[in-house]
Ligand binder design. Sequence first.
Ligand code: 2U9
Length: 344
Amino acid sequence: MKERLQTLKDEALNQVKTVTDQQALQDIRVHYLGKKGQITEVLKGMGKLSKEERPVIGQLANEVRDVITEAIEEKKSKLEEEAIEKQLQEETVDVTLPGKPTQVGGSHLLMNVIRDIEDLFTSMGYQVAEGPEVETDYYNFEALNLPKGHPARDMQDSFYITEELLMRTHTSPVQARTMNKHEGKGPVKIICPGKVYRRDTDDATHSHQFTQIEGLYVDENVRMSDLKGTLNALAKHLFGEEREIRLRPSFFPFTEPSVEMDISCKVCSGKGCSVCKKTGWIEILGAGLVHPNVLEMAGFDPEKYSGFAFGMGPERIAMLKYGIEDIRHFYTNDVRFLKQFHRV
Ligand code: 2U9
């Protein structure tokens, strides 16, 4: 029995030394010290021993059990330490290592231009108004002095959905809707950004869907000089304090008189270059005093009220500001293009 205990002890201690995980260690504990463990079996065999041998073997068996128990406890805490150390190693972050670049998104260039313009006009007391992209023929055309069959309708070749519904061709219907809501009482001071649609073949300067931002100011005694002052502020806000503007006569069915606004070319400061086609001036937007028919149809008395309106394309503004050659860049979502203009 003594040798048996000795063998078991050496065997157990050897296994405890070589074991590498808690589960296997637990199995050793059960195998030797468990209810049916080797040592326990020996102790159960004590009955067959002589009364001289019993205390000796008993004591030896307890010593062996204690030695094995202690060795197992020691190994257990050693394995726990190793596990923590390993975890620390694995989880240690070498802060000197360069971080993984996270692709930070940013606002779209067109949104930046639209926000710039909104910021200027909201700072002048305008409100941002929006409306449906699927518009009625009445608000997209009739209310803007473009009665059925009016030739100018063709200029804005449209995506009709039904006889009466189409994808809006400009954001002007938003102004017409807003004026109606005012039931003939001024002032109306709004800026209307949004997507518009025209049946056009996409190329470097045309797209079947693009953005527009229009503005409207209706009140008593609104004059051309108010429009000019407002457009001057806009040009300087977008293209720099040193920019000059020029107004040229033009025609739009919904404004009379109508103008187009040019800014002095910032590439050649007006001397003439390829960008401004040697004119020194670059056309930016169209504008005018709201046509009395449009005021009337919206319930405003043209004798009492007058107003100005303007419209521009944010794509055109962005292409001029950043020298972008192809309008399709705005829509093809090429991150190499977009991230050049990120505003985080
Ligand atoms: C109402 C009354 C008048 C909006 C106007 C323009 C001139 C204009 C073009 C700019 C670039 C269209 O996208 S574009 O090609 N727009 O030149 N827009 S006046 O006039 C209005 C609008 C609404 C009730």
